[in-house]
Ligand binder design. Structure first.
Ligand SMILES: [Cu+2]
Length: 338
């Protein structure tokens, strides 16, 4: 009964989290998968790095990375793989020569199915304002290399302090008195002007897989996670020669009194002076998109200017018009109209 009731809440979260795209650490704690599903045309790359320092005399630093690759294959359906080294699960229990752990998965909004090991996770979360609560019910076909299936449960929260900073914590455990619960606490950061999120983490879990996130170790591990959604359409310039020039905006019959090149992610000639009734032309010489966006919406500003595109705008009223590029807010310039 409870599970059924959770599903609509998950769908509600999905739309709330959508502006941040793919998997955001602003809506997920370190050891829970959340309810993210990668969009088609996007490859999600997440990198978790955890380490601990072995006791003396060696003080060896032992590293435990987990890589996630996933992509959307349809609306609300994603497939992917996680690869972890130094897995406790493999190392400790199966007697395998390799301590690498690979987890293949398919995710349908709200449900995760693990293809390889017969593990599964039902995830749900609930967001209200600055708070997200998360829950997960997991089943492991061969937990810890043993033969009988065993259930695990996890729960956690993310509290967003503002748009860019959140705190999160979670706990997950197999239903067993002999296995230590896994926990995490993290400071999560959204990187302004980018789709990336970053976290600093403390946890007692070695690897970020369903089983790894259900088994705690005696030592504390420190580390970070970096989430990178890669939009495949960004790579199209690799396969196309110089795009044809296009002109956006309009000089409305005015003379073009100044040209500003956008190159090396800068407006070249950051302050220009024109007379009222004259126009300015911006030309994008970079292989990436830019905008000309006026501070305080003093003028309408440009749409996205593609590589080799230009934007023309006429200024009728004297004044100082400062502007920036929306994807690259550190790109700044000013037009002085006399
Ligand atoms: Cu830009």
């Amino acid at each position: 009964m409870k599970r059924v009731a959770l599903v609509p809440l998950v769908v509600a979260l999905a739309s709330a989290a959508a502006p941040l795209g793919a998997q955001s650490l602003m809506y997920r704690s370190a050891n829970l998968g959340g309810t993210w599903v990668v969009d088609p045309g996007v490859v999600q790359f997440n990198f978790v790095h955890r380490f601990y320092v072995a006791p003396g005399p060696s003080h060896t630093v032992v590293n435990n990375p987990t890589f996630t690759f996933a992509t959307g294959i349809a609306r609300n359906v994603a497939v992917g793989a996680q690869f972890a080294t130094h897995s406790f699960i493999i190392e400790g229990f199966t007697g395998s020569q390799s301590s690498n752990e690979t987890q293949l998965f398919a995710r349908w909004r709200a449900y995760n199915f693990l293809a390889k090991s017969g593990d599964g996770e039902l995830g749900a979360d609930w967001t209200k304002g600055a708070l997200t609560l998360e829950g997960a019910a997991r089943i492991a076909g061969k937990p810890l290399g043993q033969s009988s299936a065993r259930a695990a449960f996890g729960g956690g929260f993310v509290a967003r302090v503002n748009r860019y900073v959140a705190l999160s914590a979670d706990v997950g455990s197999f239903v067993s008195p002999t296995v230590l619960a896994a926990w995490s606490a993290a400071l999560n950061l959204a990187i302004p002007g980018s789709p990336h999120t970053f976290s600093f983490e403390v946890s007692n879990a070695l690897t970020s897989t369903i089983q790894g996130n259900s088994i705690g170790q005696s030592q504390h591990l420190y580390g970070f996670e970096f989430t990178i959604p890669i939009h495949l359409k960004r790579f199209s310039p690799w396969f196309h020669k110089t795009p044809k020039p296009i002109v956006l905006g309009s000089a409305a019959g005015a003379a073009i009194a100044a040209d500003v090149r956008m190159s090396n992610v800068k407006f070249m000639g950051d302050t220009i002076t024109i007379a009222a009734g004259q126009a300015v032309r911006w030309t994008n010489a970079d292989p990436i998109e830019h905008t000309v966006t006026f501070d305080g919406a003093a003028e309408p500003g440009s749409p996205v200017i593609p590589p080799n595109g230009s934007y023309v705008h006429r200024f009728d009223k004297p004044g100082t018009y400062t502007y920036h590029c929306t994807p690259h807010p550190f790109m700044k310039g000013a037009v002085v109209v006399r």
